[in-house]
Design a protein around this ligand. Structure first.
Ligand code: SF4
Length: 325
């Protein structure tokens, strides 16, 4: 028997609204009977991709894999403008699931390019959102970690923007650094508020428990940042991709309260599954037999409707049993 008595899910977790919206648009399209594809994975989460496949929604890596007349969903990260143009040229029905925050980023960036600013973008070079932004500003200088910043040249007029999921502290630090690089510096804070709120709520949860579990893609920047924040708070933390990574309860030995949080591509139902599993493998005798009930209560205390996996009415997605959604 284990020692865990209390399980907590951080507030405002689950998919961010951009990811949720793109998934909903794909489901809505498939529900009308249209052959529907997503250009690239909507989220890096095998369970979600399998669920979409079960609803007839295929992931493709290239527009050439989509037959004329079918629908193609642009995911929340957005795409280069020429990708959208090419899709239309090919006679595809383009469903633009680009997150409204990212669309605004594209617009702001286009204006700055037109005004002649040298653009510096804080982000990860191959991240799909950055790839899309570079379609608007091909000459932008992309930097990520601090040791790359020295390569930023000195220019008269510069503008700084960020990939939406970069940590706010890093953006602030780079903004301060950039002051020495430009005569005129324009700072457009494009760090997404969802990212900021999630970090705040993770810190709040980490302060309230003895041990944290962070659920999300191994390479996801926003997930790694949540893990780092738990470490800063001083709460022992484990980062996992899914409940399948929780083989035994030894890591939880001696801890009584455990918190669970997740990245913006992790469905909130996955967090409930992790909470339940923690109680199953490491629960104290007092909670034996109540694992599902306590995990559901933790989810109910955490999840706002905005944090749910989908906003579609349940009956609207044909062919999928409710339990699988
Ligand atoms: S993290 Fe923010 S900007 Fe990025 S897709 Fe989600 S809501 Fe949109």
């Amino acid at each position: 028997m284990g020692t865990v008595e209390t399980i907590l899910i951080a507030r405002r977790t689950g998919f961010c609204y951009g990811v949720r919206e793109a998934i909903d648009r794909a489901k809505e399209s498939a529900a009308t009977g249209a052959v529907t594809h997503t250009l690239g994975q909507v989220v890096h989460n095998e369970g979600v991709i399998a669920q979409l496949q079960a609803e007839g929604i295929r992931t493709v890596d290239s527009l050439e894999d989509v037959e004329a007349g079918s629908a193609v969903v642009i995911r929340a990260h957005g795409a280069r403008p020429e990708v959208l143009a090419r899709a239309e040229e090919r006679g595809l029905e383009v469903i633009d699931g680009t997150c409204s925050w990212v669309t605004a980023e594209h617009r702001q960036l286009a204006r700055l390019v037109e005004e002649g600013y040298t653009i510096v973008l804080l982000g990860t070079l191959r991240h799909p959102e950055v790839v899309g932004l570079l379609g608007v500003a091909p000459d932008a200088i992309v930097v990520d970690e601090e040791d790359e910043w020295e390569s930023i040249p000195r220019k008269k007029r510069m503008a700084l923007l960020s990939q939406s999921t970069q940590p706010p502290w890093k953006f602030e630090k780079l903004a301060a650094f950039m002051v020495s690089r430009a005569h005129e510096l324009k700072i457009v804070n494009t760090v997404c508020p969802v990212t900021i709120r999630r970090q705040e709520d993770t810190v709040e949860a980490a302060r309230a428990v003895d041990f944290m579990v962070v659920v999300g893609g191994r390479h996801s920047a926003n997930t790694k940042e949540l893990t780092r924040l738990c470490e800063i708070v001083g709460t022992p933390v484990m980062q996992i991709e899914s409940v399948a990574d929780l083989a035994d309860g030894s890591a939880f030995e001696g801890y009584r309260a455990v918190g669970v949080t997740g990245g913006t591509s992790t469905p909130i139902e996955d967090l409930e599954g992790v909470a339940r599993r923690v109680l199953e493998i490491a629960g104290a005798p007092a909670v034996a037999g109540r694992e599902a009930e306590l995990a559901a209560a933790a989810l109910a205390a955490a999840a706002t409707p905005a944090g749910r996996t989908t906003s579609l009415p349940r009956g609207q997605v044909p062919g999928v049993p409710i339990a699988a959604r």
